[in-house]
Design a protein around this ligand. Structure first.
Ligand code: SF4
Length: 216
């Protein structure tokens, strides 16, 4: 399975309640909790980020469709919100989207645009089956290292902190194969593919370094 994002979204929090720094592929921003929850409201809270995700995905999907149809709709805006209630020990969440178009649209266009909005990628994700996995990596662990080399690259594996999530195995089976010995075959893919898969290891059990080059 290939991850949607080449670079994962990284976030960290220190002791200041509840300022969080979020790094995405092209920059960083601050997230926080609202004052009512004990934060300082210095950035969007997690619910706002979730609603922003749905809102922006809806807008981008509609823009692509409208442009392809060459409809004269220069601007679209959206308001998103959600409410929740409990039913049989389950939390039921309803997302509402209010769309506004800067020019008049026909009933037929409106019907199609609602269908497109309801099928934007984030809508599909929210309506689909979601699996959450959490892995813990403790920086303090000092562990045994195993080394695997090819001409240009060395992959280092720390078995004691490998959580056997299998991400490497599913991501690059030509290199990472638990049925083989050694289980890492450094000739099974291009060095850049190996590096990318090693970087995707969630626990830090896998790292890589370039081999030194010596003058001939
Ligand atoms: S991705 Fe990392 S933690 Fe998961 S099985 Fe591979 S080495 Fe272990």
């Amino acid at each position: 399975m290939k991850y949607k994002l080449e670079k994962p979204v990284e976030a960290s929090i220190g002791l200041q309640k509840y300022t969080m720094e979020v790094h995405w592929r092209n920059g960083k921003f601050t997230a926080d909790e609202p004052i009512i929850s004990g934060g300082k409201d210095l950035g969007p809270d997690p619910f706002t980020l979730l609603l922003s995700s749905l809102g922006t995905c809806t807008l981008a999907t509609l823009r692509m469709y409208i442009d392809r149809k060459e409809w004269a709709i220069p601007e679209i805006s959206i308001k998103t919100n959600l409410f929740q209630y409990k039913k049989d020990d389950k939390t039921i969440t309803t997302f509402d989207r209010d769309l506004r178009f800067s020019s008049g649209i026909t009933d037929e266009q409106m019907e199609k645009l609602v269908e497109i909005a309801n099928n934007c990628p984030i809508s599909k994700l929210l309506k689909g089956e979601v699996v959450e996995r959490t892995f813990i990596f403790n920086e303090d662990q000092t562990v045994k290292k195993m080394f695997y080399r090819n001409n240009s690259l060395t992959v280092i594996w720390k078995p004691a902190i490998c959580k056997h999530s299998g991400r490497c195995v599913t991501g690059l089976p030509g290199v990472f194969n638990l049925q083989e010995k050694p289980w890492i075959n450094m000739e099974g893919a291009e060095p850049d593919q190996i590096k990318a898969q090693v970087d995707a290891c969630p626990t830090g059990a896998l790292t890589w370094e370039s081999n030194p080059t010596y003058p001939s």
